[in-house]
Design a protein around this ligand. Structure first.
Ligand SMILES: Nc1ncnc2c1ncn2[C@@H]1O[C@H](COP(=O)(O)OP(=O)(O)O)[C@@H](O)[C@H]1O
Ligand SMILES: [Mg+2]
Length: 267
């Protein structure tokens, strides 16, 4: 079992005029096998929060538990897909995909075959022996995705993984992620600014306000599983999308300095 539990996580960054509060008292529990999306405007602290769960950034306060154990750094229990695809430039696409199993010492007879199959699924058949610099941005994202999936992490932390892809490729990747998640039920925290993507994929959508980043609302997505794209035409889907969008709108000015001043002035 591998859930994630954040308790009153706060984070500040040093700034030339002092320190800036990025995250304030963020608490959320993501159950084992649950798919949770994190939405909110640009700069609200989504990436920082994901990096804290990944163990790349330490919070100033609060608790971060993965599988009921405090996070002390990165670990192979958590697969990470960064906003920028981080491929090793000196390795081919296939070698990049095989990196995890090799590093972990879990390389088996069928590992190479699985990598080739994963690369086919993400649309990179024929590019196994290309180097990252020979790929388009979207292809690098897909290679990074295949690499992250190769080690079967219990938790996947994904930071706007499909944001840079064209609409058709993005739809294909979302469908692929849905199918993979149905089969393996790993825990997912997905950062996205795409409300439709969040509703399509998630069990719950957590909405963040900015300056400082706070979790302000969590919306359940009780759409039936397994899901396919067809669900996006249902009235239930459209209603949920509207609810999430409205929550993001409400969250916008909510935590800002200007909003707080207004609140004080009028209160
Ligand atoms: N290493 C850092 N040092 C200083 N400020 C940072 C650092 N990382 C992020 N920030 C600031 O923290 C805020 C939140 O950033 P981020 O977590 O990337 O937000 P999001 O992913 O929601 O766009 C931004 O104002 C950003 O400039
Ligand atoms: Mg970000």
């Amino acid at each position: 079992m591998a859930g994630v539990a954040l308790g009153n996580v706060s984070k500040q960054y040093a700034h030339h005029r002092g320190s800036v509060e990025i995250l304030r008292n963020v608490s959320i529990t993501v159950e084992d096998g649950e798919f949770v999306s994190l939405v909110g405007r640009s700069g609200c602290g989504k990436t920082t929060l994901l990096r804290i769960v990944g163990g790349f950034v330490r919070p100033d306060a609060g608790s971060v538990l993965v599988d009921a154990t405090p996070v002390r750094g990165p670990g192979s229990d958590r697969g990470v897909l960064f906003q920028q695809p981080m491929l090793f430039p000196w390795l081919t696409v296939l070698e990049n995909t095989l990196f995890g199993p090799r590093a972990e010492g879990s390389y088996a007879a069928d590992t190479r075959e699985r990598a080739v199959e994963l690369l086919r699924v993400v649309g990179l058949a024929g590019f196994e022996y290309h180097y990252p610099k020979q790929l388009s941005g979207g292809m690098m994202h897909r290679a990074a995705f295949a690499r992250a999936m190769m080690v079967n992490p219990k938790i996947m932390l994904m930071d706007e993984p499909f944001g840079a892809l064209d609409a058709l490729t993005r739809a294909g990747m979302q469908q692929f992620l849905l199918e993979l998640w149905e089969r393996r039920r790993f825990t997912v925290i997905l950062v996205t600014h795409d409300v439709e993507e969040a509703v399509l994929l998630s069990d719950r959508v957590a909405v963040m306000a900015s300056a400082p980043g706070e979790l302000v609302e969590t919306i359940e997505i009780p759409l039936p599983r397994p899901r396919t794209y067809d669900v996006s035409e249902s009235t239930e889907f459209v209603d949920l999308k509207r609810r999430v969008r409205q929550a993001v709108e409400r969250a916008r000015g909510g935590g800002s300095v200007v909003g707080a001043d207004h609140a004080r002035a009028s209160g």
